[in-house]
Design a protein around this ligand. Structure first.
Ligand code: 4AD
Ligand code: MG
Length: 418
């Protein structure tokens, strides 16, 4: 077998030279052991190799595996591809701790470390699993524009861009477009960036994040949508547990096995529950971060790690959620994972007149949404969907403290490079 990668550590033990190499074949390091009497041919070459060198080798796992650091190899062939021009700015061997700021600056280099690689690989596994789930369940993958004329999730978090002679925005969500496509597809999904001008630095927010969005038509109730979401999340989490054992082990994470259905809580129930625990909650507002975390603690005690909150008040939601007859509550839900919202979704308003009313009620000008409204004129079935935050999900699967750890190149209030 041929393996390619980078030297992360070089050690000499007596006359034995050891190269620890990070390759793509495994998150575990390859430990190349060279003995002068056995490897006369490349012993001199190896002595010259610096940490950071890009190389390929052919070889086989050693009969006796003595290293705790990785898999030991006996090398039969060695090719050097590139030598570092200068010493590396960070320790890719994982021997020296790195501050978050440095970690975020050099993630692309630190990804040579098993732990960092493991995070990136599991993120890729989430996407693979999501596609598998959707493709097996009749959803069509779509791509909607990221430069848009109108926002869907509130004006405060729109990034403005100059689009020739017009003002445009970066898309906060594929919301309007995925709904429009329910005029011609029963089920669609998109894996997409969200751009949001959140002004605050929190461990849960990014300015460019990624989501798994789905929308489905011909539903009989919001339950159909919640079922899709819980099946999807359970599929993803179980897929990661099954196919990324080595990565999880590297990160010290116990694989999680999820079963559906997840617990459903009414918003009003949550208000009562939290108040009984002395948490200050308003009936007509979204839950605060503190309230969400507190609820997470209460639910975790009952072994409910994932749970829905259904029926948010109209005063707290975007305009497109269907309102109940009472006009106070909606068919919007959140899915929380151990005290953190990882997804929002719901049934939409599909009746043209009601939708125009809803826009006005939210102080929006229906004229700015005419391209969207038109889709509701020609046979729009009852529909609903959700947006699932990829970084938030990854964060919860891996117990990451900061959402920034879940992306390779962070876009937040202070980071525009690398
Ligand atoms: O809750 P949000 O804003 O809902 C929507 O975008 C709707 N259009 C979804 C729908 O179909 N009704 O965003 C969905 C999820 C959040 O629950 C969160 O996990 C993630 O996307 N998210 C963010 N993650 C990190 N940083 C941000 N600034 C995020 N904004 C949303
Ligand atoms: Mg939300």
């Amino acid at each position: 077998m041929r393996y390619c990668g980078w030297v992360v550590r070089k050690v000499q033990v007596g006359r034995v030279l050891i190269l620890e190499v990070s390759t793509s074949s495994s998150v575990r390091l390859s430990v190349l052991v060279f003995k002068p009497e056995r490897d006369r041919d490349f012993y001199a070459t190896v002595r010259d190799v610096d940490v950071g060198t890009a190389l390929c080798f052919e070889g086989f796992p050693a009969e006796e595996q003595k290293s705790k650091r990785g898999i030991e190899y006996v090398v039969e062939k060695l090719e050097i591809y590139a030598k570092p021009l200068e010493p590396l700015p960070v320790d890719t061997a994982g021997k020296t701790p790195v501050l978050l700021d440095t970690r975020l600056k050099y993630r692309w280099l630190l990804a040579r470390k098993p732990e960092e690689r493991a995070i990136v690989r599991i993120r890729s596994g989430i996407i693979k699993a999501a596609r598998e789930y959707f493709e097996a369940n009749g959803f069509t993958e779509i791509h909607t524009p990221k430069i848009v004329a109108a926002g869907a999730e509130g004006g405060a978090t729109l990034f403005k861009v100059q689009y020739f002679e017009n003002d445009a925005y970066l898309s906060q969500s594929p919301q309007l477009y995925k709904q429009m496509l329910i005029a011609s597809f029963e089920k669609v999904y998109e894996i997409t960036p969200y751009f949001r001008a959140e002004k605050f630095n929190t461990p849960r927010h990014l300015n460019e994040s990624w989501g798994i969005d789905a929308e489905q038509g011909f539903i009989s109730s919001v339950e159909d949508v919640m079922k899709t979401l819980e099946e999807l999340v359970a599929y993803i989490v179980n897929y990661v547990s099954k196919n990324y054992r080595e990565e999880l082990e590297e990160l010290g994470i116990q694989p999680l096995q999820l079963t559906t259905p997840f617990k459903r809580l009414k918003f009003t129930e949550v208000v009562d529950l939290l108040r009984s625990e002395g948490v200050d909650v308003r009936e007509n507002e979204d839950l605060s971060d503190y309230a969400e975390r507190k609820l997470g603690e209460i639910m975790s005690e009952k072994k409910h790690y994932l749970y829905f909150i259904v029926g948010f008040p109209w005063s707290s939601t975007a305009f497109y959620y269907m309102r109940e007859e009472d006009g106070i509550y909606t068919r919007k839900f959140d899915l929380d994972f151990k005290g953190l919202e990882i997804a929002s979704g719901g049934q939409r308003e599909h009746r043209y007149e009601k939708l125009v009313e809803a826009l006005k009620d939210k102080g929006l000008n229906p004229e700015n949404y005419s391209f969207y409204l038109e889709a509701f004129k020609y046979g729009m079935p009852p529909h609903g969907g959700f947006g699932l935050g990829i970084e938030r999900l990854l964060m919860k699967i891996l117990n990451l403290e900061n959402i920034r750890e879940a992306v390779l190149f962070v876009r937040d209030r202070t980071r525009l490079i690398p």
